[in-house]
Design a binder for this molecule. Structure first.
Ligand SMILES: [Zn+2]
Length: 199
């Protein structure tokens, strides 16, 4: 763990941030950019990030598809990210965007792990309802969101927190759904339940 120095953030506000490892080999983001991204309180509640101990980038050969590029032990705050196999075909901006999405998605897993079971069940029921009623004719937040309730949450969380035009996608999806099944509202609900539970 390390502290941001005073130039990054007011000294009175010093936070423990995760160790960032291996990003010297990453073509998408530099270590300090990852630190700054995770420390951005406009994006994350600090409590959503403070439990992270390590974010490690690993240049692993093999068939890592777009969806399978991360593993980690979220409860222990250990996140590992792997270089996607198609990274070379991407532009620098695309690589950066995908890394930002992945970081947000991984923080989302930690939020999900900390959310009370009742809130997770509520989200899961919402996702099942959506599937059962043929709402899949409407756009999904991503293909990967189809992988289950938790992944769906992490993808919606990423769209919400990354907020580089991605909240507009959530609004578009939510426009097809009643407020009780709003993705954006559901994300915020689970976030606040996880934070309340955490402290
Ligand atoms: Zn995931």
């Amino acid at each position: 763990m390390k502290h941001l120095d005073a130039s990054d953030q007011a000294a009175s506000d010093a936070r423990e941030l995760p160790d960032i490892e291996g990003f010297e080999r990453c073509e998408a983001m530099a270590s300090h950019e990852v630190t700054e991204f995770l420390a951005d309180t406009e994006r994350f509640d600090p409590r959503e990030v403070d439990h992270l101990r390590r974010v490690a980038y690993q240049d692993r050969a093999g068939d890592i598809d777009e969806a399978g590029e991360t593993v980690g032990d979220y409860l222990r705050g250990d996140v590992r990210l792997f270089k996607p196999s198609d990274d070379a075909s991407r532009t620098p901006a695309e690589r950066r965007a995908r890394m930002e999405e992945t970081l947000c998605h991984e923080v989302g897993h930690g939020v999900w792990e900390r959310a009370p079971l009742a809130e997770r069940a509520r989200w899961t029921a919402m996702v099942h309802h959506w599937k059962k009623n043929g709402d899949e004719a409407h756009p999904w937040v991503s293909e990967y969101a189809k992988g289950g309730a938790e992944e769906h949450f992490c993808e919606a969380y990423a769209a919400f927190t990354r907020n580089d035009g991605t909240r507009a996608l959530l609004r578009q999806i939510d426009s097809h759904r009643p407020p009780s099944r709003s993705l954006a509202a559901g994300v915020q609900r689970i976030r606040s339940a996880a934070l309340t539970r955490q402290r």
